[in-house]
Design a protein around this ligand. Structure first.
Ligand code: 13P
Length: 284
């Protein structure tokens, strides 16, 4: 099936109270692992691609492997730019074949974020591409994007509601206490912010920094209106730990398939577990 925009998921997500997982692509093995997980779980899925991953894989390779994966999958797949930093990058991805984009204007003032996000929405919606916007600043490190914990700011619910009303983004990422990367302690999620925003807007909420968030917190967030959850670090950890284990057991191994194959299986298991937890299994 061809790549779909994230709006293809919205109605079902709201009706049946679950979240679609965004799993980030880092290379071919990640793409295959996530696709196989979605097929086995009969789950819709979002391929997230950060600007760093795009630089690493190349935009043409990225779109080509995502298209092949979506054709094979038989379940709906969206190809989504993660944390797009400017209008040009968003346009480049749309032209290359992305079915969805995130414009992250959270580092600008609220008024500038509104203005810039509106421009992106206008252009993307004209060609059937869905848009995610961000309010508040999510802490932690993702590729070249690093936000100190002290600089991370929670979303202001009134602003988030106005942001959706004026931009009409399809999904709204709000900073509610999660962070990119693994947590040192247990993340303190501001459920009150999720609830207030979700009950006043027409779009699902996006939870970034899904790795390491306790299962109960995920379930509660979904109950309150989260409809998309991003996961990258846990898949990366599973991949790298598996490669380390294989090479420790066989230090003379030189065939990449012998360590990347098991790493791919490990990523797939992480993704399948998240799909079950998010409630997206059997919803394709
Ligand atoms: P984690 O790497 O913490 O899972 O976060 C992923 C993410 O939010 C991508 O935008």
């Amino acid at each position: 099936m061809p790549l779909v925009p994230m709006t293809a998921f919205t109605e079902d997500v709201k009706k049946h109270k679950y979240a679609v997982g965004q799993f980030n692509l880092n290379n071919l093995e990640f793409t295959q692992a996530i696709t196989e997980a979605a097929m086995e779980e009969k789950s819709p899925v979002i391929f997230g691609v950060s600007e760093g991953a795009l630089k690493y894989m190349g935009i043409d390779y990225t779109v080509a492997i995502a298209r092949v994966a979506a054709e094979r999958a038989g379940v709906p797949v969206a190809l989504h730019l993660d944390h797009g930093s400017n209008f040009d990058m968003v346009m480049k991805c749309i032209r290359a074949g992305f079915s969805s984009v995130m414009f992250d204007g959270s580092h600008h003032s609220f008024e500038d974020n509104l203005r810039l996000t509106k421009q992106v929405v206008e252009a993307a919606h004209a060609v059937g591409v869905s848009v995610e916007g961000e309010l508040g600043t999510i802490g932690g490190v993702e590729d070249d994007l690093s936000v100190d914990e002290e600089d991370a700011t929670l979303a202001n619910p009134e602003e988030a509601i106005r942001f959706w009303e004026e931009t009409k983004v399809d999904y709204v990422a709000i900073a509610v206490g999660t962070a990119h990367g693994m947590y040192k302690g247990v993340p303190k999620i501001r459920y009150d912010i999720i609830e207030k925003v979700a009950s006043n807007i027409g779009a699902p909420i996006v939870l970034h920094g899904g790795s390491g968030v306790p299962d109960e917190a995920i379930i509660e967030s979904i109950r309150l209106g989260v409809g998309k959850i991003n996961v990258n670090t846990e898949s990366q950890v599973a991949c790298t730990e598996t490669v380390r284990k294989v090479l420790a057991a066989k230090p003379n191994e030189i065939d990449p398939r012998k360590y990347l194959g098991p790493a791919r299986d490990a990523i797939k298991e992480v993704v399948k577990g998240k799909m079950r937890l998010f409630g997206s299994s059997n919803r394709a």
